[in-house]
Every structure is written in structure tokens, then in C-alpha cells.
Write a protein that binds this ligand. Sequence first.
Ligand code: NAD
Length: 256
Amino acid sequence: MGLLEGKKGIIFGVANERSIAWAIAQALNKEGMELAFSYAGEALESRVRPLAESIGAKLVLPCDVTDDAQIDAVFDTLSKEWGGLDALVHSLAFAKKEELKGEFVNTSREGFKVALDVSAYSLVALARRAMPLMEGRPGSIITLSYYGSEKVIQNYNVMGVAKAALEASVRYLAADLGAKNIRVNTISAGPIKTLAAMGITGFKSILDQVEAKAPLKRNVTQEDVAKTALYLLSDLSSGVTGEIIYVDAGFNIIGF
Ligand code: NAD
């Protein structure tokens, strides 16, 4: 019997088969979890639906996280169809391409707002709706962050600020939701070649530097991240909340 037999989870953030969220979904499904998926905009539905259906998912729902009505509709459906929820994966972020190059000092007001709204506030919005469905089950929520939240990484710019807000939000959410037996944690992943990562100017050089300097002398894969997600979304991590767990081949421990 799988580790997650009888459990139900929703995945936010699959864009294609390279998405970190897709690797997490496969790992959860392998352990018996029943999954629902969301997709951001019609253009992505044709990519997400076949992936979701390939692992037997029946609920594939539209959700642009900047739209409260769409978020409400997702949780209304989960409430009606499932009546409860054990796991939520928040694996999404967005910043305008022009904000991911050049100097941070040139970040526009609008660019700042968009990056923080999509990449950080969305976790709060989703957690609030998940709360009544998860209460007492126990529930587990995870999000994905990056080292650029704590150190300056060239071109990461406003996304680093958004990730710092995301990580702080995880701690505040963990404090609020803990009494309801809901845990909230962050995985800080090393760089991985995905659609979102390709928007960062000079991304290839980040991969090269990690490979050269990280203790494990390699980059991490989506599967590396998915295995830690499985731990955080299962009873194996029952005493862990509000944490940042690094899945980065050890890069963050290195000075010079
Ligand atoms: P990805 O492009 O596959 O996933 C990003 C997802 O964000 C997409 O599914 C996209 O549809 C979704 N998204 C963007 N705007 C949205 C909106 N308004 N509403 C709903 N969804 C929206 O890339 P990924 O690398 O798998 O990214 C997943 C998460 O992992 C992100 O939070 C990213 O910052 C984080 N992360 C990625 C890396 C990396 O190097 N790839 C490293 C550390 C953390």
C-alpha cells in the first residue's frame, strides 16, 4: 500500500512535462494520492489536461491566481467533489521578462506588484481557501522558493524579493494554521531548466556555477525536488512546519 493511499491533493503550477509541479504530482500519484490540477489560462489547458489524465486525474480546473473568483471556483469544486483536502502544492511564480535582467534598482511599480501578487500573495490566497477543507485531517501545504530570496543573484531581481515575501508568508501561515493541524513548508530548489527558469537572463551560467561549486558537483533534477515534496506532504514529516528545506545539491552552504 502506498504512503498516500486515500489522500487527496491539488497541484498548482504544471505548465508542461518539465514543470517541477509535474514531477511532484507523479511522485504523489505513485504513492496513491488522488490529484486535482489547475492550469493558468486556456492556452495551457491543452498541455496540462493530457498529463493530468495520464495519471487518472478527473479534476482539471482553470485558475489564474490573480483572479479571486477563479480561486473560489476551484475550492468550491474541491469541496463539492471531495469534501476535504490533504495536500496543496503551490509551484508557481511570475515576473515580467523585462524585470529579470539589468539592475534591480530599475524595477517598475507595476513589475513589483505583479511579481509579488502572483508569486507570493497567491500562497496566502490559496492557503486561506484550503484551510476549512484541511482542518484536522492533517493537512500539508508546500511552496517552491529559490536562494535568490536571501542572496543577490544577478538578474533574479524582483523575483528574489517576491521569494523573500513567500518564505516569510510560509512562516506566518505555519503559525496560523498549526493549531488546525495543517503544516506549511518551503522547498528551496536549485536551478532547473524549466519554462519559468528560461525567462531569467544568464540562467545557463547559474547552472554551470552550481555544478562547479555545489558539494554534490551536479545540478538537481525535478525528481530530486519531488522526493522532498513527498516527504513534506506525507506523514514522514509530521513534526515539521514553517521550514525551508534546501534541495540544491548543497550549494547554499558554500562560502568561497
Ligand atoms: P514552470 O514554468 O514549469 O512553472 C511555473 C508555473 O507558474 C506555470 O505552470 C505557470 O502556469 C504558473 N503561473 C504563472 N503565472 C500564473 C498565474 N497568474 N496563475 C497561476 N499560475 C501561474 O517552472 P518551474 O521551474 O517548475 O516553476 C515552479 C516553481 O518553482 C516556481 O515558483 C519557481 O519560482 C520555483 N523554482 C524554480 C526553480 C528553477 O530553477 N526552475 C528553482 C527554484 C524555485
